[in-house]
Design a protein around this ligand. Structure first.
Ligand code: PLP
Length: 356
């Protein structure tokens, strides 16, 4: 049976990226060695790294002055590195979910944190709109896509202070005006590649320097001086990212991907909005294109387990909502084909016919 992979992360990758990564493990570009057994300082790997950084810059139209680097430690390590490097006195954070809260927790180790607004009052089902940022903030941190709750900031906000965005789960899902940000980062394992590599797009000149000593590995300057090669980078994970980037380019770039993402999400949201049994959990103007969250209406709540089983029997994987939201979450990342979204919709319709 065909499997439809709605996992939230690690999650679906383009089939071609997986196949080519498998080939590179066996024999990289016909050199007779595996990608896994060559030096990260070899010509072969350097050309992989150069192409990966180059394609990233090309696809997101990253302007001069920005560098793209690949690190270990996940987005979670960035939660700590950001304040370590840039927080002198005070930083501003937008609290839109658990990942934002984890970033806030780390920042508090280094200085004062001003939470400019929070949607915790309604279990993070919306993106706060009206807030002001203190004038003495060293930077302003946002989470553009809230993977657990299914809310998303889908435009580039204006910030008078250096803007830092966690884009772990919506990177390359839409064109971004990178010049509006001082730094964009994320774990690769939602929309870009396998777990184990973190991307950082950074313009160091836009950010304040912290007045503290920073250990070498946690200092962005270290990794900018020798882009992604201060120590051994996660070579395999970077290679799969490269294959994903090539796939995006072949499809027509990020604008083409965005159009597909909009079509997929509209299809599913439309069904949920017109459903007798299901209802979306996020306010309409804050909805994510990447993680579509929905539950059963109160009178059908006892049917949630039955639908999970029903969908599973039709090959749907990973649609269980996060425990803090319940219900269902369909992650429709870049690599998710519209056929899988349609299959989920067919399952919803069929289930409703029997049960509503
Ligand atoms: C998954 C996720 C993280 C955590 O990433 P790790 O690489 O596991 O540290 C952080 N932020 C967001 C928005 C995420 O979706």
């Amino acid at each position: 049976m065909k499997k439809h992979n709605f996992n939230a992360g690690p999650s679906i990758l383009p089939q071609i990226a997986i196949e080519n990564s498998a080939k590179a493990i066996l024999n990289l570009n016909g050199i007779g060695l595996s990608l896994l057994e060559i030096s990260h300082r070899s010509k072969d790997f350097q050309s992989i790294l150069d192409e990966t950084m180059g394609l990233f810059k090309e696809l997101l139209a990253i302007p001069e002055g920005y560098e793209v680097i690949f690190l270990g430690g996940g987005a979670s390590m960035q939660f700590c590195m950001i304040p370590y490097n840039f927080l002198n006195k005070k930083a501003a954070y937008l609290e839109t979910g658990v990942w934002a809260q984890k970033a806030i927790k780390e920042a508090k180790f280094f200085g004062e944190v001003n939470v400019v607004a929070s949607s915790a009052d309604k279990n993070f089902t919306y993106i706060p709109k009206n807030y002001s940022i203190p004038v003495d903030a060293d930077y302003f941190h946002i989470t553009t896509n809230n993977t657990i709750y299914g809310s998303e900031i889908r435009h580039d906000i204006e910030s008078p202070f250096p803007l830092i965005a966690d884009m772990s789960s919506d990177i390359l899902s839409r064109p971004v005006d990178v010049s509006k940000y001082a730094m964009i980062y994320g774990g690769a394992q939602k929309n870009l590649g396998p777990a184990g590599v973190t991307f950082v797009i950074i313009n160091e000149s836009l950010l304040p320097k912290a007045e503290r000593k920073i250990p070498t590995m946690l200092n962005y300057s270290t990794h900018l001086k020798e882009p992604s090669l201060y120590n051994t980078p996660p070579v395999f994970a970077i290679y799969t990212c490269l294959e994903t980037l090539r796939w995006i380019k072949n499809l027509g770039g990020v604008k083409a991907i965005e159009a597909m993402n909009i079509s997929k999400a509209e299809l599913l949201y439309n069904v949920i909005d017109n459903s007798k049994m299901f209802v979306g959990t996020v306010e309409k103007d804050s909805r994510s294109l990447m993680n579509i969250c929905f539950v059963m209406k109160d009178q059908y709540k006892d049917k949630e387990d039955a639908f999970m089983e029903f969908a599973k029997n039709k090959g749907m994987l990973g649609i269980k909502g996060h425990r803090s939201v319940g219900g269902f979450r369909a992650s429709t990342y870049n690599a998710m084909p519209i056929e899988s979204v349609q299959a989920l919709i067919d399952a919803i319709h069929e289930f409703e016919k029997i049960n509503a």
